[in-house]
Design a protein around this ligand. Structure first.
Ligand code: PHE
Ligand code: ZN
Ligand code: ZN
Length: 295
């Protein structure tokens, strides 16, 4: 039987690393390593019965692609999206950033398909190209949708870095509960935050909010008023003493000391953080297959 859960996610990460090794050490947008990553993910989703589409666009270094995969069932007028960028920086294989988010939403999609359920809402999984060049793929996608199609998207959930080796447990601050930073997300974002907070608590992790500061692919979605959320285990910022008390790990060290470096390999992933985030993604898939917002 095929692997499921976090063991399957780790197998996808190993495959992405092998792809990088066979293609000059990275999976950056516009390179063969990116295209091979996309082909791997697409084959998995096609095999599980998803309807897949490749969207081509131009980025630095040449042509690149987004991959969209949706459930054949579910109401096309009520779509819930899960997204992760699949490109790496050119300095390394990009396994935590963002093999983890890509592999986790892939596996959540495969596990949902394996359950045999038909969703009430249509579920659409997106693998973005050229995030590292400034959210180019996700911006291209949102721009390519007529307003009527944008309005059918009930929610967008983003997963960028969900296995940081000195992990924190952050969810996007939908209601701006700290009253600081970038302000709240579109109406409905707070419900997503709550669902992810509850799911991570269930998985054993107490969360903190992180601002919608525009550093990942939710940006183009919130800009057109689509409710958004997601999880994040931290990048170059350092873990505080209080955070280390709460989450374990090393105070004063970066959440990901290999952020955007050649050492962002399969050894740069905290399996427990990855597993907890996968559980949260699975909870969101199961809940939002049936309804959004949650009641
Ligand atoms: N988007 C950033 C990158 O790919 C990482 C990041 C994710 C930063 C989420 C902040 C919040 O490099
Ligand atoms: Zn990055
Ligand atoms: Zn990233």
């Amino acid at each position: 039987a095929p692997l499921t859960g976090v063991a399957a996610v780790q197998e996808h990460l190993q495959e992405l690393q092998s792809i990088a090794e066979a293609n000059g050490g990275n999976r950056a947008a516009g390179t063969p390593g990116y295209k091979a990553s996309l082909d791997y993910i697409k084959a998995q989703l096609d095999g599980a019965g998803f309807a897949t589409t490749i969207q081509e666009f131009n980025a630095i270094g040449g042509t690149t692609y987004n991959l969209l995969a949706e459930t054949p069932g579910g109401d096309a007028n009520s779509v819930v999206m899960f997204g992760a960028h699949l490109d790496s920086v050119s300095r390394g294989p990009g396994i935590n950033d963002n093999g983890t988010g890509s592999a986790a939403i892939l596996q959540a999609a495969l596990d949902y398909a394996g359950s045999g359920a038909t969703p009430k809402n249509k579920l659409r999984f997106a693998f973005w190209g050229a995030e590292e060049q400034g959210l180019v793929g996700s911006q291209h996608y949102v721009d390519s949708l007529p307003q009527a199609e944008q309005e059918k998207i009930a929610a967008y959930l983003n997963f960028d870095m969900v296995g940081s080796p000195n992990a924190g447990y952050f969810t996007y601050d939908g209601d701006d509960s700290d009253g600081e930073g970038a302000g709240p997300g579109p109406q409905g974002s707070a419900e997503i935050e709550k669902l992810l907070n509850d799911a991570l608590a269930q998985a054993g992790a107490e969360t903190e909010g992180t601002d919608f500061d525009g550093r990942s692919d939710y940006g183009p979605f919130i800009a057109v008023g689509i409710p958004a959320g997601g999880t994040f285990t931290g990048a170059e910022q350092r873990k505080s003493t209080e955070q280390a008390q709460k989450w374990g790990g090393q105070a004063g060290q970066a959440f990901d000391p290999c952020y955007h470096q050649s050492c962002d390999t399969v050894d740069n992933v905290d399996t427990q953080a990855l597993d907890r985030n996968l559980q949260a993604i699975n909870a969101a898939v199961t809940a939002y297959a049936e309804q959004f917002p949650q009641q």
